[in-house]
Write a protein that binds this ligand. Structure first.
Ligand code: AP5
Length: 197
């Protein structure tokens, strides 16, 4: 299975991706996690990305596309993957299309987690308080405001992009976590057997 999770910061992409990984034995490819790892390791990409991420802006398309292109070549991604936080622009979506076409692969679905923006600050603040080793540098009210503006402007249009390809599945991300997981399974046409009962 090859999936995309779409949704604004705090929508629950990472939370649901972790569950999909367990249930469908596919890998989670989170560009946010990969970039944070690069920042922590002090790589060239990390050094470039840090200030951009801290401000809540997007890292340049070519950097992120390069990271994903390398990652989906790895053996653990061959059975399938869930892209969490990628693509985030139409250019990234087109680059992904080109990558998959070249490999003769297709996406199964793009799952959009729809949430009211008004609850996102509370979710981000809660996570900031629970993150081992301290909060992410962008988990604060000011950076969230920017992240949301960027999402609305550059990422939300991807819903139409995937809808036009017949791939969009929209799920209510306001429901409790377990309920969202069930709705995702339903949207993907996956039965209870994937949940182990
Ligand atoms: P990224 O790491 O992708 O962050 P994001 O999209 O802002 O998303 P978050 O990780 O904040 O939220 P989430 O939707 O995963 O929610 P979560 O499950 O954690 O990107 C960070 C930065 O990296 C970007 O700003 C950009 O600079 C850069 N970047 C990354 N990808 C890029 C790309 N492709 N191109 C360019 N730049 C890129 O949940 C949040 C909290 O809510 C948790 O505490 C969770 O427990 C809770 N929660 C989750 N679901 C529920 C629920 N249903 N009910 C109640 N609480 C819930």
């Amino acid at each position: 299975m090859r999936l995309i999770l779409l949704g604004p910061p705090g929508a629950g992409k990472g939370t649901q991706a972790e569950r999909l990984v367990e249930r469908h034995e596919i890998v989670q490819l989170s560009t946010g996690d990969m970039l944070r790892a690069a920042v922590a390791a002090g790589t060239e990409i990390g050094l470039k990305a840090k200030a951009i991420m801290d401000r809540g802006e997007l890292v340049p398309d070519d950097v992120v596309v390069g990271i994903v292109a390398d990652r989906i070549e790895k053996s653990d991604a061959q059975k399938g993957f869930i892209l969490d936080g990628f693509p985030r622009t139409v250019r990234q979506a087109e680059a992904l299309d080109a990558m998959l076409t070249q490999k003769g692969l297709k996406l199964d679905a793009a799952v959009e987690l729809r949430v009211d923006e008004s609850i996102l600050l509370a979710r981000i603040e809660k996570r900031a308080g629970e993150t081992p080793g301290g909060p992410r540098a962008d988990d604060n009210a000011e950076a969230l405001k920017k992240r949301l503006a960027v999402y609305r402007e550059q990422t939300a249009p991807l819903a139409d992009y995937f809808r036009s390809k017949g791939l969009l599945r929209t799920v209510d991300g306001m429901a409790p976590v377990d309920r969202v997981t069930e709705e995702i399974d339903r949207a993907l046409g996956v039965g209870n057997e994937a949940a182990g009962g």
